[in-house]
Design a protein around this ligand. Structure first.
Ligand code: DC
Length: 210
């Protein structure tokens, strides 16, 4: 008998959200290794769009122009980040991109394009660990597990020495108060304060929730 449905094993979708410096990247990387699944850093996607806009001389606040950049950008986001074949892994962590990224991420058209790509990424793999700001609330509201990471303001600034406390606070304010998909605690999310905890300890706790 033939079946039109495609059968494949699907793993869990784990959504990890939180402000800058809350430990998302470290925890999600360790968790993905522990579970043997892939990880998607959606912040790197918004950073890549910001980088491409700056590279093309597009004003990050020019919404239609930045949306056009996002739509046409060939993006590859893994341990290395590539945009249109250029390795921008280091460049997207620089101060110019960090300054511009909140305006890019507040652009509704850019978000529509990125969310679609994020869902496609998970559909192709049948699951994974996805980190960002709106993963549990907007991208995967039905995720198997939703985690919201926090840490004290001092600790988060300490983890972002290259950006500086004032710039981190500004970015968090913009990301939390924008009108589209602001950073917030998704319904059903488990909250973890990472301030004084080891990554291994956090990952072991998260695994017990699966
Ligand atoms: O995780 P990060 O600090 O590298 O993210 C960079 C910026 O991208 C962040 O200031 C807000 C934005 N972002 C977002 O709006 N939605 C996401 N899912 C991920 C990041």
């Amino acid at each position: 008998m033939t079946s039109l449905s495609v059968h494949r094993s699907t793993g869990p979708v784990i959504a990890i959200d939180g402000p800058a410096g809350s430990g998302k990247s470290t925890v999600s990387r360790e968790l993905s290794v522990r579970l043997g699944v892939e990880r998607l850093d959606t912040g790197a996607m918004y950073r890549a769009v910001a980088w491409a806009a700056l590279d093309q001389g597009v004003d990050p606040g020019d919404r239609p122009a930045v949306a056009a950049v996002a739509r046409t950008l060939a993006l590859s986001v893994g341990e290395r980040v590539q945009a249109d074949g250029v390795d921008i892994t280091l460049a997207i962590r620089g101060p110019e991109v960090s300054r511009a990224v909140s305006a890019v991420a507040a652009n509704p058209e850019v978000r529509t394009v990125m969310v679609e790509r994020q869902r496609q990424w998970v559909a192709e793999r049948g699951g994974g660990v996805v980190e960002g700001r709106d993963i549990g609330s907007v991208v995967f509201p039905d995720a198997d597990l939703k985690i919201f990471l926090t840490a004290s303001e001092e600790e988060r600034a300490r983890r972002r020495p290259e950006e500086g406390a004032v710039a981190v606070a500004r970015r968090d304010r913009l990301d939390s108060t924008r009108s589209v998909s602001p950073l917030g605690i998704a319904e059903g999310a488990r909250i973890i304060d990472t301030t004084d905890r080891s990554v291994a300890d956090i990952v072991e706790e998260v695994v017990t929730w699966l």
